[in-house]
Every structure is written in structure tokens, then in C-alpha cells.
Design a binder for this molecule. Sequence first.
Ligand SMILES: Cc1cc2nc3c(=O)[nH]c(=O)nc-3n(C[C@H](O)[C@H](O)[C@H](O)COP(=O)(O)O)c2cc1C
Ligand code: SF4
Length: 435
Amino acid sequence: MTIRNTITFASIPTDKGLKAALEKEPKSVINDVIESGLRGCGGAGFPTGIKWKFAAKAEGAQKTVICNADEGEPGTFKDRVILAEWPDLVFEGMTIAAYAIGASSGIVYLRAEYAYMRKMLEECLEKRRQAGMLGAKIAGKEDFSFDIHIHMGSGAYVCGEESALIESLEGKRGEPRNRPPFPVEIGYENAPTIVNNVESLAWVSAIFANGSKWFKGAGTKESPGYKLMSISGDVKLPGVYEFPFGTTLSTILEAAGGEDAKAVAVGGASGTLVPPNNFACKICFEDVPTGGSIIVFGKNRNLLDVAENFQEFFADESCGQCTICRLGNVKLLEGIRLMKQGQCTDQHLEDLCSLGASMQIASKCGLGQTSPNVFLSVVKHFRDEIPRHPVAENDDQKTEKAKSSNLFQSVVQLFRTDADTAKNNSGTNKKGVSA
Ligand SMILES: Cc1cc2nc3c(=O)[nH]c(=O)nc-3n(C[C@H](O)[C@H](O)[C@H](O)COP(=O)(O)O)c2cc1C
Ligand code: SF4
């Protein structure tokens, strides 16, 4: 995949950041990461230094650092490029994390489809061992030993969710755990664990090479620094780009040659669909956030086709633990198909939106919580694209639809109640929050 503009990582000398970090006390390493303002690049944007602080404090003999290289979000390919071009920076970042929290083992959970990179990554790890930057007494530090191994993922999108990833690493079915406890306290093999995205770890190395002030000097107040974006779809120049946080979507579209887009999925299939009248929005956590996927849809795209495609993906990828996610995604998919045939009544559409809103609140993990986002954006911003008038039906169709509608109503009612209960019981069930 083509790299389209200047990426900071290309200018960072190997091991400069690690050597600088190892000269400091672990506590001061964590403070520097907090000071830089770095937020996780895997989507949720949790502050990296705070996550490390929790893990450093947690009791446990065998702490683990996990690099989340599962990269399953449709439209995201920036981690693949980072791993291919700058693997040392990622391994350095893991080593800095291990030093900071007191971990002795690290695991890269590598997306199954990236198996072709494994040999190259193993060779890079071996070179680092030979150079004394991995293994026993790293960089001559008597009391610091740490090594990394690569574990292949098995191809499930949900295994990118950190607790499902840990289950999968432990040889179990990849299903999200109830949280709390968070992995920083009870993670891999019940010991304190940090899970960080590939890009977050590479930025850690850059931060120690260039200084936390340098990183904090870019971006916005709530979203300091830079972000890599995978830009695809109806653009002249698809590829990987770097922008400071706070860059407007219109600037990004101009750079990639997608100015006359009809809509842009910021955050991939689980993000939101931004309409042209909001292209002035800023890409950052205080406005429109993204883990790095920007998919552009041109004038000739049917957005119901887009919503159908994404909903099919979620219906397939739901792990099935929660009824609202397992059934909700199927019901939304059926609804979108009805819409495409002009057979969705206004009432049914309203019910689908209500179901989507309940899924956002009552699903256990980020997959279910974000899976209705694009559908809801289509309804909110592109309602004209939805054929409004029910076509004439014969008697059999009417009876079938009535039956299906009654069943549907009971599902919606059931989850309305569940969602209300969840809302009342937990003020903390926010989308994508992770630690
Ligand atoms: C369904 C789902 C899939 C996810 N996939 C990934 C992924 O492929 N890579 C990733 O880094 N984070 C992914 N995440 C987010 C992780 O759970 C976690 O927040 C992240 O790895 C933490 O790293 P960070 O703090 O450096 O962003 C996913 C979350 C969900 C809910
Ligand atoms: S929300 Fe969906 S993917 Fe997440 S735990 Fe529930 S069923 Fe599984």
C-alpha cells in the first residue's frame, strides 16, 4: 500500500527512543508518556500513559505487554504498513512499555492475513536479540530482561477487542470478557497486561526519540500529536497518510483527491458516515474520532448498499454472546434489504433506529456498540436515499410481514427495557472505553 506523504517514523533512528527511555526511572518513563498526551491509536483513544500507570501499580509477578496487530477494521491498513516498514519502532515501543510496567514478556498478536510478514518480523526480533536490545539484560541493564514472540490470530474481527484477544491467546474461543476487571489488572493468564495498538507503540519510540513536548506541540488540546490514516474508496490517491490531529476532513479529502465525495466513513464500518455539509469537521477525539480508517464514497454510490455491506459484516462477525448484538445485526440487515426493495414503512424504520440505539447502549463490547453507527448515519443524514413508499403487497406478503413485525416489536420492546436498565445501572458504559 502506497505511503503518500511524509511519515514521522521514517525519520526516527532505530533504538534512539529506547536508549533514551532506559536512562530514566520507570516512573519517569510513564510520566513522559502521560505528559506527551498520547492516546491509543486502536480506536478508543484511551491515554497510553495512564494505562501503563495502572499496569505498573497492579500486583502480579508475570506482567505482559501485548501489541495488538489484529487490524481487522474494514478500511484500515496503516498498521500493516508500520509493521512492514518500521518493525523496530514497534518492538522498541513494546520494550519501553515493559520497562515502564515491569513486564518480562511480550506478544505480538498478528492478524492471520498478515502471516506473510511473520518471517520478516521474526528476523527483526532475532537481530534485536543479537544487538542486545531484546532478551536478557537489555542494553546492558542488569535488572531488565524482556523478550517478544509472535502469535498468529485466527481471522475473527472480534479478536481485535483486547479481552477477546487475550482469550484467544489463552487458547480459548475469542469472546470479549466482562470488564471490569480490565486487562491492566487481570489480563493474560490472569496477570496485569497492557494491550496497545501497533501505531501507539511506534509513537512511544518516536516520543522518546524526539521528546514528549515535541509530540504535545502538534494536534489539539484533547488529541495531541499525529495520526496515520488509511484512506481508500473513491479517491484518486488511496494509501497511508499522516496528519496532525485536528486536520479537517476536507483537507484530508483534498490531499487524497476525493473532494467530490458524497459521504465519508470515518472510523471504518464501525465509525460514522459524514455528509458533505460536515466535511469541515476535525479529525480528533473532541470532534470526529477515528482509529485510522477513512473510506470515501463517490456520487454514484448507493449508501444503502454500503450500509448493507457493513451490516452483513457485523452479522457475520458478532461473537453471539449478547442477544442484542447477535439478533440486532441480523434485524438491521433484514431492514436494510426491505428498504432497498421500497418495502420498509416509516414505523419499521423508526423501530430499526430504536433497535440501533439500544444496541449502542446494551451491547457488551465495542463491536455491538458501534455496529449500527453507519446505518443510523444513513437514516440521519441521507434519508432521501431510502425509498419511502411501501410497494403494493399481496395478501400473503401482508400476513408474513405482520407476523415478522409482531416478533420484531417484541424484540425491540425487550431491548428497550434492557437498554433502559443498563443505562440506569451504569453511568460508565460509554462506547469504546477501555483500559
Ligand atoms: C470489535 C473490536 C475490534 C478491535 N480491533 C482492534 C484492532 O484490530 N487493533 C487494535 O489496536 N485495536 C482494536 N480494538 C481496540 C482494542 O480493544 C483496544 O482498545 C486497543 O488495542 C488498545 O490499544 P490502544 O490503547 O493503543 O489503542 C478493537 C476493538 C473492538 C471492540
Ligand atoms: S457485543 Fe457482539 S461481539 Fe461483543 S460480546 Fe456481545 S455479541 Fe459478542
